[in-house]
Design a binder for this molecule. Structure first.
Ligand SMILES: NC(=O)c1ccc[n+]([C@@H]2O[C@H](COP(=O)([O-])OP(=O)(O)OC[C@H]3O[C@@H](n4cnc5c(N)ncnc54)[C@H](O)[C@@H]3O)[C@@H](O)[C@H]2O)c1
Ligand SMILES: O=C(O)[C@H](O)[C@@H](O)[C@H](O)[C@H](O)CO
Length: 251
């Protein structure tokens, strides 16, 4: 399909794509004709998901917060599958606790997986993109990059940092024709948010606060991801697109 949003045969590396938002994006890109690298920490789960998605999906098991593993796997992907056209830093975790009770371990782990990993992944992929003078990086941040909620200070800090890392990469790497942008989801129904959606008070809070009056479905992020991965966004650099049912727009 020859159009601005064409991603046919582009190689899209999506971290944390064995389930949830990452898996949904993988399915969306495959449907649009792209090749997708599926990543997760569990070998069997990663291989199973990649096999189910078909011949244009390739499974690579590694922990994105392990810098040596990131560098090694990016190299193998480049040499085996081909040039990574688009990197989507999606892997993320949650450890909820009030700030006064938050352990160093839960602080550090959330910062490592949600923020440091995006630095490691982007730096590793950058080397190849720079040589090609072409590339797209998409960071999955959050509504919580702008607004805090009690008990997730570690997560809010990581996502706020990832928003600024997006701007920093856009600033430094734009000259190599690499566009870096972010998607900031609102509240989406996945395993990550299951404890929240199962709580009637929280569920009601989301439905009353968000102008669309409902949770998002992960499929509703595909269009924005394809836009930011394609030529349609070639002069868009350093932005976060909030896909949040209007939450950012309202008090
Ligand atoms: N669900 C939401 O409402 C929501 C909202 C805003 C942002 N986000 C962000 O979207 C991303 C995906 O969230 P989700 O809701 O799909 O969560 P999820 O828990 O369903 O999926 C997370 C994925 O990341 C993988 N992962 C976790 N740690 C990893 C690591 N160290 N190395 C490799 N893979 C790892 C998991 O295996 C899984 O595949 C996260 O960054 C999350 O913060 C989610
Ligand atoms: O406690 C949680 O699980 C979080 O608040 C997130 O996962 C949110 O859904 C998201 O970041 C909002 O944008």
């Amino acid at each position: 399909m020859n159009n601005l949003f064409n991603v046919t045969d582009k190689i899209i590396l999506i971290t944390g794509s064995t389930r949830g938002i990452g898996l949904s994006l993988a399915k969306g890109f495959l449907k649009a004709g792209a090749k997708v690298i599926i990543n997760g920490r569990n070998h069997d789960a990663t291989e199973k998901v990649a096999a189910e998605l078909g011949e244009k999906a390739y499974g690579y098991t590694f922990d994105v917060s392990d810098k040596a593993a990131v560098i090694e796997n990016v190299k193998v992907i480049e040499e085996t599958v081909g040039p990574i056209d688009v990197l989507i830093n999606n892997a993320g975790i949650q450890r909820r606790a009030p700030l006064e009770e938050l352990t160093n371990e839960d602080w550090n782990t959330v910062i490592n997986v949600n923020l440091n990993s995006a630095f490691y992944m982007s730096q590793a992929v950058f080397t190849y993109m720079k040589n090609r003078q072409k590339g797209k990086i998409i960071n999955i941040t959050s509504l919580n990059a702008e607004k805090a909620r009690p008990n997730i200070g570690n997560y809010c800090s990581a996502k706020g940092g990832l928003k600024m890392l997006t701007k920093s990469m856009a600033t430094e790497w734009g000259k190599y024709n690499i566009q870096t942008n972010a998607i900031g989801p609102g509240y989406f129904l996945t395993d990550l948010t299951e404890p929240l959606s199962n709580d009637p008070a929280f569920d009601q809070w989301v439905k009353s606060e968000v102008p669309l009056q409902r949770w998002g479905n992960p499929e509703e992020l595909i269009g924005t991801a394809i836009y930011l991965a394609s030529a349609a966004s070639n002069y868009v650099n350093g932005h976060t697109v909030y896909v949040d049912g209007g939450w950012q727009a309202s008090l």
